[in-house]
Write a protein that binds this ligand. Structure first.
Ligand SMILES: [Zn+2]
Length: 127
């Protein structure tokens, strides 16, 4: 998967409001880790179920220790996470994340930017 730094501009559209990348991790670039705020994982799962099917192919987690583990991580329960994008609206912008952000948070202690966490949890509460 292509790496994008957190909160960098999303390159694929010139949409308004602006879209920002969050959670486009790879095995090369360091990422912030920490204990996810309570409710974040559940919110991302809900958002993942409504993910947009952006056809940018399927990808495997590059943070898993081996390919078999990554293969086993293509689903979280019945949620397919190896494709598609989550869109989170908040703070006057739209955040674009791979659905695999669910796995990054759960399995690799990835800590998204605070503003993203709050927007994701707020989006689920409103819905
Ligand atoms: Zn992984």
């Amino acid at each position: 998967m292509t790496y994008y730094a957190d909160l960098s501009p999303y390159e694929y559209t010139e949409s308004q409001p602006a879209m920002l990348n969050v959670g486009w991790l790879d095995e090369v670039h360091p990422y912030v880790t920490g204990a996810a705020p309570e409710g974040l994982l559940e919110a991302l799962v809900v958002l993942g179920r409504g993910a947009e099917n952006v056809l940018r192919g399927m990808h495997f987690c590059e943070l898993c220790p081996d390919f078999q583990t990554a293969r086993d991580s293509m689903y979280r329960g019945d949620l397919f996470i190896a494709s598609g994008e989550i869109r989170v609206t908040g703070n006057g912008v739209v955040y674009a994340s791979p659905v695999m952000i669910v796995h990054y948070v759960e399995a690799h202690a990835y800590m998204p930017p605070d503003e993203y966490c709050r927007a994701a949890m707020a989006a689920v509460m409103v819905d």
